[in-house]
Design a protein around this ligand. Structure first.
Ligand code: NAD
Ligand code: WQD
Length: 338
């Protein structure tokens, strides 16, 4: 049992991870400013776990607030989800992204150092890989300058964490490079609840299916892929949550900074996702083909061998499970947590 501080724990991946942490017997302290989430997700997490967590409303850019959390609770390790993640928005307001994602992460590292806490799991992204790499992407492949400011913040924080661990052997850091998280807890009580028009494929598909949006625009049908549409590695959010527990276990008894891909190793095209969603759930998803979206690559999927070998992690869920669980959440909560 350990006492874990989860920044951004009220959000999509954070809430699922809090639930798995509680199930595993850990104590959980969530620090979140609720800028892209609501406390209801944590109320539901506690009901599902039949166990309480501590919620502190705060912003990672507020050093005093962060220091106070470390003073009030004897934290063993940190899982750091807090940050902004909308790729398009990051092009409009880069400074805001630098502030939350980069400066906020630096404040967190400073508060950890002051408190003598040196174990950290960081939410990184497959977007840090150089676009010239050919999938399956493995952790030894070069990173490159991401095509958007959101991705740039992930690359910068990864590099800072690597340098920090090189300079000070007390640090033990996991960089988890997520591929495309989808799905929801099987209860349908927690799930992804984007504000406004979804940027990502899965919430767009479920919102069309539930009648909140007219039709899905499929961005490009002339890629060099199985059917011309973009191929991605979709990973169930509960599998992703469990990767954090495995990484935590690994890091509590290791030093240095190491990256792991978190994906299934399978690529699925947009059309395969749409068609499988319709088959599994028996609901139609109206769509049209649209032009390619700027910054998209044709194909991205993981080589997940390192996570399987070193973390003892194994994805459990199929694409069908992911699509059924996404729909179960959306159907039960047509307007999200509201
Ligand atoms: P999310 O928006 O649901 O969760 C992020 C949480 O952080 C939210 O609850 C938000 O209120 C909080 N937050 C934002 N800025 C904050 C700040 N300054 N101080 C305190 N709290 C703050 O997003 P998510 O999908 O759960 O993503 C979690 C993490 O994983 C993010 O760092 C994201 O960049 C990363 N990630 C997500 C994906 C994805 O596709 N969902 C892929 C790769 C990486
Ligand atoms: C998936 C596929 C689209 C929406 C992004 C970020 C990445 C990470 C995860 C996290 C692509 C197609 C999408 C739509 C579509 N970020 N699509 N119509 O782009 O792989 O990754 O989210 O925090 O950094 O870049 O995910 O879900 O947006 O797109 O046709 O309305 O679906 O072109 O092929 P992506 P996505």
């Amino acid at each position: 049992m350990a006492r874990i501080l989860v920044t951004g724990g009220a959000g999509y991946i954070g809430s699922h991870t809090c639930l798995e942490l509680l199930h595993a017997g850990h104590e959980v302290i969530v620090f979140d400013n609720l800028s892209n989430s609501c406390e209801e997700s944590l109320i539901r997490v506690q009901k599902l776990a039949n166990k309480a967590l501590v919620f502190v409303k705060g912003d990672i850019r507020d050093q005093k607030g962060l220091d106070q959390v470390f003073q009030d609770h004897s934290i063993d390790a940190v899982i750091h989800f807090a940050g902004l993640k909308a790729v398009g928005e990051s092009q409009q307001i880069p400074l805001t992204y630098f502030d939350h994602n980069i400066a906020g992460s630096v404040q967190l590292m400073q508060s950890m150092e002051k408190a003598g806490v040196f174990t950290l799991v960081f939410s990184s992204s497959a977007t840090v890989y150089d676009e010239a790499n050919i999938s399956p992407l493995n952790e030894d492949m070069p990173t490159g300058m991401p095509s958007n400011n959101y991705g740039y913040t992930k690359l910068i924080v990864e590099q800072m964490l690597q340098k920090l661990a090189q300079a000070d052997a007390r640090w033990s850091i996991a960089l988890l490079r997520y591929f495309n998280p989808v799905g929801a807890h099987k209860s349908g009580q927690i799930g992804e609840d984007p504000q406004g028009i979804p940027n990502n494929l899965m919430p767009y598909v479920t919102q069309v299916a539930v009648g909140r949006r007219e039709k899905l625009s499929i961005y490009g049908n002339d890629y060099d892929t199985v059917d011309g549409t973009g191929v991605r590695d979709y990973i169930h959010v509960v599998d992703l949550a469990n990767a954090h527990l495995c990484a935590l276990n690994n890091r509590l008894s290791a030093q240095g900074c190491r990256a792991w891909n978190v994906g299934t190793g399978n690529g699925s095209s947009v059309l395969q996702v749409k068609n499988t969603f319709e088959q599994v759930n028996g609901v139609p998803v109206a769509f049209e083909f649209a032009s390619r979206r700027e910054g998209d690559v044709a194909t991205s999927f993981a080589d997940n061998a390192r996570a399987i070998a070193e973390l003892g992690w194994q994805p459990q869920f199929t694409l069908e499970d992911m699509l059924a669980d996404s729909w179960n959440w959306q159907k039960q909560n047509p307007n999200g947590f509201n």
